[in-house]
Design a protein around this ligand. Structure first.
Ligand code: NAP
Length: 281
């Protein structure tokens, strides 16, 4: 089974469109998402454009603040502080990566946790790992929804996560632990990655290495989620050797058209949730 991320994302966005329309009639206003982009990194510019387009489609107010590469860190931090106080802004996202002279940690920690739609603020990270309500990073949330669409009961499943980044691997671990999976998190220093993967009922690959996961790493009937986006001479490929692994896995996400579309839908969902939480307090 090929897991269709585009279809799942379209369904989620349709649901959000209805939610936003109801919120509009209740509060006479709609959620607002502000994205801060620094510099001219081409992939970042494409991501931001797609986020803006999708936000508008579901009825979310979208604003992009674009600074040049050499902008002072203080200008960015002051803008975030201003947005924190603005009632019209439900969610703030600072597109990563940032230029080297801007401290990513300072930027993330300046965002009000209740507006942190990327779920990267330590308050949200801590809440997630404590099992409390929190804003969950968009890509792992998208992976989680795709896994749950494929298999409802994950009790006791053995999940192997490849990659331990704050953005993907670590939050993915927390989400699957909450579902009672036994989770192994692996990384570049893992001794025998193939052996670890071979034991997995669920593999989530978030590495950034084209076709790293081979067919003989995968147990028959495993669910394989490919987060990787790698540009190669033969086009965009994931971290999984899709052609070979798809013959063995029970379900697998393609690249493109798998996790990617879910990331944006989950960002919009986080924006709507932040709007709702701000009004329920
Ligand atoms: P990252 O911060 O660079 O982390 C990569 C992780 O992979 C690290 O933990 C690293 O281990 C591990 N790793 C590297 N080489 C390895 C190897 N040979 N074997 C096992 N583990 C290895 O990357 P990221 O931000 O999580 O992104 C991962 C991939 O997902 C990238 O391709 C990125 O473009 C893609 N991505 C996709 C979406 C989407 O919407 N689909 C969103 C975000 C990112 P160490 O910790 O030991 O260095």
């Amino acid at each position: 089974m090929i897991i269709d991320g585009k279809k799942a994302s379209a369904a989620l966005r349709e649901e959000l469109k209805e939610k936003v329309s109801k919120l509009k009639s209740t509060y006479n206003t709609v959620p607002g998402l502000t994205v801060i982009l620094v510099g001219e990194d081409p992939p970042s510019k494409i991501y931001v454009k797609n986020k803006e387009k999708s936000a508008v489609e579901v009825g979310i107010n979208s604003e992009v603040i674009h600074y040049p590469d050499n902008i002072e860190e203080k200008v960015v931090l002051d803008k975030i502080k201003e947005l924190n106080k603005n009632d019209k802004v439900s969610g703030i996202l600072v597109q990563l990566p940032l230029p080297k002279h801007i401290d990513k940690r300072k930027v993330i920690e300046t965002i009000d946790p209740s507006k942190d739609v990327d779920g990267l603020h330590p308050v949200n990270v801590g809440n997630l790992s404590s099992g409390y309500d929190s804003t969950i990073p968009c890509t792992p949330m998208g992976c989680y929804l795709l896994i749950k669409n494929t298999e409802k009961n994950l009790n006791g499943k053995h999940a192997v996560i490849i990659g331990r980044s704050n953005l993907n691997g670590k939050p993915m671990t927390q989400l699957l632990l909450k579902e009672n999976c036994t989770v192994t998190i692996t990384h570049s220093k893992t001794k025998d990655l193939k052996a670890e993967c071979k034991r997995a009922d669920i593999i989530v690959a978030a590495v950034g290495k084209p076709k790293l996961v081979k067919a003989d790493w995968v147990k028959k009937d495993a669910i394989v989620i490919d987060v990787g986006i790698n540009k190669t001479d033969s086009g965009l490929v994931g971290d999984v050797d899709f052609d070979e692994v798809s013959k063995i896995a029970k379900a697998i996400t393609p690249v493109p058209g798998g996790v990617g579309p879910m990331t944006i839908a989950c960002l919009l969902s986080n924006t709507v949730e932040c709007f709702k939480r701000a009004r329920s307090n």
